[in-house]
Design a protein around this ligand. Structure first.
Ligand SMILES: [Zn+2]
Length: 438
């Protein structure tokens, strides 16, 4: 008998209760999950044979006060020592596993190995998000993709795949439209209209380009909801999606390594973490907890990653943990996540984020459908843009001053009109890229 729906439903039902747990109870739950993961990793994963020693007392108990002594796992570890990171044995009932590849914005390609249990936990977390946001399962949804479910490059314009509604088994299965991400914006919009799509899910900046193209149409496409992932969602983007599609937008903080780590709260632009499935820490440069409202490196430990345990993995993002949210849920809150949407620029003084640039000003001055700022030499940027109106003049003077003020005063800036901004290998339009060797 197929027992999988039962497990997913059980996790979901727990999540609907645990979101109200007081912090002490959540901590206790997290520690029981972590303890199982630590023991599993020490026993079956060569990479962790001695690495976790600081937290194991001689009697086998775990010393939580020494948690911070566990060394951080990096993306380079995952790339170079993957075989050592694979478990030689899975806990009962966790298999089978499958592999997810990611080239990532940082350019270090990795492959995650995830179990069936991991998949169920992440689906359950996503279902909770749907429920909390009152998203309608029955609405027709479209997602964009570069490849089909077998991982082959998508040649057709679109196809439909079956979407199962777990744990709400009383709802019938529906079909989800999968659109080829490489179609022109207008063709995507035509298909969204002709297929009567209500919910659209894609990487945030890609939706922005689509939203701008939609504004130029005689009859613009209307949508109910936009679900963004892979990049943050700015207030400007949220307003743009409302103006263009008449849609509300929500964002998910997720990664191949960590799964669904946070879901945007409907009441604020912050994200609620999913503390039942992943531990998220934020650390200062010297490895201490950065505390509430301070920017720190995001370090994750997903509890269900038993096939390839990541214990204190550096997600290569920065973020701020927040004290709490104004809404009624007890789930911890994270805000101002940066790094994943945009690469950092490298200067002799150190890394610098260019995320503070005024996107609206850039778009207006460049009269651009899409743009990208590339650091091509230490003090030289190339601003690439796709013109929305090629005949119209570009106002670069204000932009140069703005970029020098916000990023670095010594910068020389070239402007280059292009036909198309290349998406990275994960299909993301990256606003800021660093093209000089680290
Ligand atoms: Zn909230």
């Amino acid at each position: 008998m197929d027992t999988t729906p039962t497990l997913r439903r059980r996790i979901f039902e727990m999540l609907m209760e645990s979101q109200y747990w007081p912090p002490e109870r959540m901590l206790e739950f997290q520690r029981s999950q972590l303890a199982q993961l630590l023991r599993h990793a020490k026993a079956t994963v060569p990479f962790y044979k001695t690495r976790l020693d600081p937290v194991f007392k001689s009697n086998g108990e775990i010393d939580w006060d020494r948690w911070h002594e566990i060394p951080i796992v990096t993306r380079a570890d995952l790339r170079d020592r993957r075989n050592e990171l694979l478990a030689t044995e899975l806990p009962p009932g966790h298999g089978p596993t499958k592999t997810f590849h990611s080239s990532g914005s940082s350019g270090v390609p990795i492959a995650m190995e995830v179990t069936q249990t991991w998949t169920h936990a992440n689906h359950a977390v996503a279902q909770r998000f749907y429920q909390l946001q009152g998203l309608d399962y029955r609405e027709k949804r479209a997602i964009l993709a570069n490849t089909n479910s077998a991982g082959e490059v998508l040649h057709e314009e679109f196809y439909y795949k079956k979407r199962r509604h777990e744990p709400s088994r009383d709802l019938p299965d529906t079909l989800e439209l999968v659109l080829n991400r490489n179609l022109t914006e207008n063709r995507k919009l035509d298909l969204l209209a002709s297929e009567h799509v209500a919910q659209l899910s894609d990487i945030t900046n890609n939706i922005e380009v689509l939203a701008i193209a939609n504004l130029d149409r005689k009859k613009s496409v209307k949508l109910e909801t936009i679900l963004c992932f892979g990049q943050g969602l700015t207030v400007e983007q949220r307003d743009l999606f409302q103006a263009s599609f008449g849609a509300r937008s929500l964002s998910i903080y997720s990664s191949v390594e960590g799964g669904v780590m946070g879901c945007q709260c409907g009441d604020s632009p912050h994200y609620h973490l999913n503390p039942e499935t992943v531990l998220v820490e934020t650390l200062t440069a010297d490895g201490k907890a950065s505390g509430a409202n301070n920017e720190g490196r995001v370090i994750i430990t997903p509890f269900f990653s038993t096939a390839l345990p990541l214990i204190r993995y550096d997600q290569d993002d920065t973020a701020e943990l927040q004290q709490s949210c104004a809404c009624r849920y007890q789930l911890p809150v994270i805000a101002n996540i940066t790094g994943r949407q945009d690469q950092f620029m490298q200067f002799p003084e150190g890394k610098r984020s260019a995320a503070g640039l005024d996107q609206k000003l850039l778009r207006e001055c460049l009269n651009a459908l899409a743009f990208q700022i590339a650091q091509i030499e230490t003090f030289r940027l190339e601003v690439r843009f796709v013109s929305a109106n090629p005949g119209k003049a570009v106002k670069t003077g204000r932009l140069v001053a703005h970029i020098r003020e916000r990023v670095h005063p010594k910068l020389e800036i070239d402007f280059k009109q292009v036909e198309r901004i290349s998406l990275n290998s994960r299909g993301k339009l990256q606003r800021i890229v660093c093209e000089i060797p680290a």
